[in-house]
Design a protein around this ligand. Structure first.
Ligand code: VGL
Length: 224
């Protein structure tokens, strides 16, 4: 397979291109305990993802938060309980998630230059499991956003392993991003108990690389 960096002429890119980016999938109240479509232990992803957001802040990696942002009426709710209706409490990000990406003290602040929310599933017949179906407030899709920033390598975590994480990761690999799944920063819906394992197998077969938050922190910051 051609490497992503061979797809576009490098000279079109900024010399300050960010090679890596963090993608946080759908860490919203409705997918967490107490929500309308709760993932068992869904909120366990918040702490490891905050560590990754800290790393992104330190290294100035772009950070993307995707979110389900559904209309009140959608065929998506024929398949699922009503969840993540745009503007509702359930659609908000988990309150513990560091969505501003801002760390440090007054004298030394770290915050990624590019930290953005991408919304999906706004159409009335749209499932939009994949973050690559999402758009930011300017109407830009995720692939074009990464292309502009020179991003080639993605670290992905969030909810849920067997739906939106899987769909996003498989799209990412298909679009030739070198893609890492943060195995300790995901959780599954598990309509059937084996769904999580099967989803991970599918992602691995598609070409994702498995890693842990601690491994990534060690690689880039030299400690956990
Ligand atoms: C999701 C089921 C329905 C997810 C979204 O975010 O994984 N799962 N809608």
């Amino acid at each position: 397979m051609t490497k992503r960096r061979e797809v576009k002429n490098m000279s079109e890119r900024s010399s300050f291109a960010n090679r890596e980016a963090l993608v946080v999938i759908d860490v919203q109240n409705d997918f967490c305990p107490g929500g309308s479509l709760p993932v068992y232990d869904g909120d366990k992803v918040v702490e490891p993802l905050n560590k990754m957001i800290y790393l992104a802040a330190r290294r100035n990696w772009p950070v993307v938060f995707s979110r389900d942002w559904h209309p009140e009426k959608t065929t998506h709710f024929d398949k699922w309980p009503i969840h993540c209706v745009a503007g509702t409490e359930g659609a908000k990000f988990h309150p513990g998630l560091k969505t501003d990406g801002r760390f440090g003290t007054r004298s030394r602040i770290f915050q990624p230059e590019n930290i953005q929310v991408f919304s999906k599933g706004m159409g009335e017949t749209e499932d939009a499991y994949s973050a690559f179906d999402a758009k930011n407030t300017a109407g830009l899709n995720l692939e074009d956003f990464f292309e502009k920033l020179g991003v080639e390598e993605l670290y992905v975590g969030g909810l849920a392993t067997d739906y939106c994480v899987k769909a996003s990761v498989i799209d990412a690999v298909g679009k030739l991003f070198k893609t890492y799944l943060l195995i300790d920063a995901i959780a599954a819906v598990n309509v059937k108990p084996e769904d999580s394992d099967n989803a991970i197998k599918e992602m691995v077969n598609a070409g994702v690389r498995i890693t842990t938050v601690d491994q990534v922190l060690k690689k880039y910051l030299g400690y956990k």
